[in-house]
Design a protein around this ligand. Structure first.
Ligand code: F1P
Length: 297
C-alpha cells in the first residue's frame, strides 16, 4: 500500500499531542477564562472539535459554551469571547465571522499569518500540527488536546496527558482490517463524544466516500437504529448507554467499541477511514470534490 501523508499524520498524533499540551501554559491569556460565556466556531472537522470542547468546558463548570458552524453563528447574541478553530485560517465563514465580532476573539490555527490571523484578536498557532493531507486528522486532535489541557490548567478536569498519549499509541495498534467489509457505519457518542462521532463519520465520508452517519447515542433508538442490519457497523465512542450493545446485536449489526480515551478512539476511526479508502483504490490525501479549505469568492 503506498504511504500517504495522512498515514504519517495519523501516526504522529501521540507525539504532536504532547507539543500541543506543552503550549497550553504559554497561551493561557488567549484562552477562555473560567466564568466567561464562550462561543466556539469552525467549519467541518473544526466545528466538530468545537462541539466536543464546548461540552467539556461546560462539564468542567467553566461557563456557558456554545458551538456553531462558522456560517450559523447567531450574530444577535453576546459572548465574552469567540474562539475560532481553523487549520488553514483561510476558510471564508471563519474569516468573515472574526471580522464581524466586536468582542475578544481567539483563533486556533496551524498557519501563522493567514487571513484569519489578520482579523482575530489573538492567534494561537500550532504549525507543528499542520498537515499535507486535505483530510484533517492531527490538527483537529491537537487542537482538542490544547483545549483539554487549557481546561485542566484552570480547573480539575481529570485530564491526564500521559494516559491520553498512551491510549493514542494503543489506538495505532488496533486492528481495523476486520471492519473493512462493512457496507455502512453509524457512529455514536454522548456528551463530548458526540462531536467525535460526528467527526468520525465525516472522516469516512471524506476519505473513503463511505456511507457513515452519526447521532447522539441516546437518540439512536429514536429512528436511526432502523438502518442497522447484518453487514453494518454501529461504532460507539465513550461509554455506551445501558442495553444499547445488546439492542444493536439483535439487529445483526456489529457493535464496535474501544476501551480507550475517546479522543484516542477517534484515531482508530481515522485509521478505519484511510484503510477503507485504500481498499477502495482511493487517494485519502486528495478526496474528490474537496480542497484544503473552502474559500468562497
Ligand atoms: C475546514 C474544512 C475541513 C474539511 C475540508 C474543508 O478547514 O471544512 O474540515 O475537511 O477540507 O475545510 P479549516 O477551517 O479548519 O482550515
Amino acid at each position: 500500500m503506498p504511504s500517504t501523508f495522512v498515514d504519517t499524520e495519523i501516526t504522529s498524533q501521540p507525539q504532536v499531542w504532547r507539543l500541543a499540551a506543552a503550549l497550553a501554559p504559554d497561551v493561557a491569556e488567549a484562552m477562555p477564562r473560567p466564568g466567561e460565556r464562550v462561543a466556539v466556531v469552525g467549519c467541518g472537522t473544526s466545528w466538530f472539535i468545537a462541539m466536543s470542547y464546548a461540552v467539556l468546558r461546560e462539564q468542567a463548570g467553566q461557563g456557558v459554551t456554545d458551538a456553531f458552524a462558522g456560517s450559523e453563528y447567531p450574530t444577535g447574541r453576546t459572548y465574552d469571547r469567540v474562539v475560532a478553530i481553523s487549520r488553514s485560517g483561510t476558510t471564508t465563514e471563519v474569516v468573515e465571522l472574526l471580522g464581524l465580532v466586536t468582542g475578544p476573539t481567539t483563533l486556533i490555527t496551524a498557519v501563522p499569518g493567514s487571513p484569519a490571523t489578520e482579523v482575530a484578536g489573538t492567534t494561537v498557532a500550532m504549525p507543528f500540527a499542520d498537515e499535507r493531507s486535505v483530510v484533517q486528522t492531527r490538527f483537529a486532535t491537537s487542537a482538542l488536546t490544547l483545549l483539554r489541557s487549557s481546561l485542566a490548567h484552570t480547573g480539575d478536569t481529570g485530564f491526564a496527558l500521559d494516559a491520553l498519549v498512551a491510549d493514542g499509541a494503543a489506538a495505532l495498534q488496533v486492528d481495523v482490517d476486520d471492519l473493512l467489509a462493512a457496507e455502512q457505519c453509524t457512529f455514536l457518542g454522548r456528551g463530548w463524544c458526540f462531536g467525535l462521532a460526528t467527526e468520525a463519520a465525516l472522516k469516512t465520508r471524506e476519505a473513503a466516500q463511505f456511507w457513515a452517519e452519526s447521532y447522539p447515542s441516546m437518540d439512536y433508538r429514536h429512528g436511526p437504529i432502523a438502518i442497522a442490519e447484518p453487514g453494518r457497523l454501529v461504532w460507539s465512542f465513550g461509554t455506551a448507554p445501558e442495553g444499547l450493545a445488546g439492542e444493536v446485536a439483535a439487529t445483526g449489526a456489529r457493535f464496535v467499541q474501544h476501551d480507550l480515551d475517546p479522543q484516542a478512539g477517534l484515531v482508530v476511526a481515522q485509521r478505519f477511514a484511510v484503510a477503507l479508502a485504500q481498499a477502495r483504490g482511493l487517494d485519502p490525501d486528495n478526496p474528490r470534490s474537496l480542497t484544503r479549505s473552502v474559500i468562497l469568492t
